[in-house]
Design a protein around this ligand. Structure first.
Ligand SMILES: [Zn+2]
Length: 78
């Protein structure tokens, strides 16, 4: 799997570190903590390019197929 870092270009996933899922803005806090299920469809995740520019990225990908659909820099408009 490769991730296209907005600063460094396409890099091997080994250069990145998965941090956590991005919480869904309309979900209740209780549901996020206690009712979360592992979904097979797209998920929104925080990753960090730890072996490159160290940028924090927001990545939308399918955890089942490992297909990456979007990569954005954390804090930039999506
Ligand atoms: Zn980078």
């Amino acid at each position: 799997m490769n991730i296209r870092c907005p600063f460094c270009g396409r890099r091997d996933v080994e250069e990145f570190q998965f941090r956590t899922l991005v919480p869904e803005p309309d979900a209740e806090a209780f549901a996020r903590l206690y009712e979360r299920v592992n979904r097979s469809d797209d998920s929104l995740e925080y990753w960090q390019h730890v072996s490159g520019c160290r940028a924090w990225l927001v990545i939308r990908r399918n955890p089942t197929t490992a297909e990456i659909h979007e990569v954005h820099v954390l804090g930039e408009a999506q």
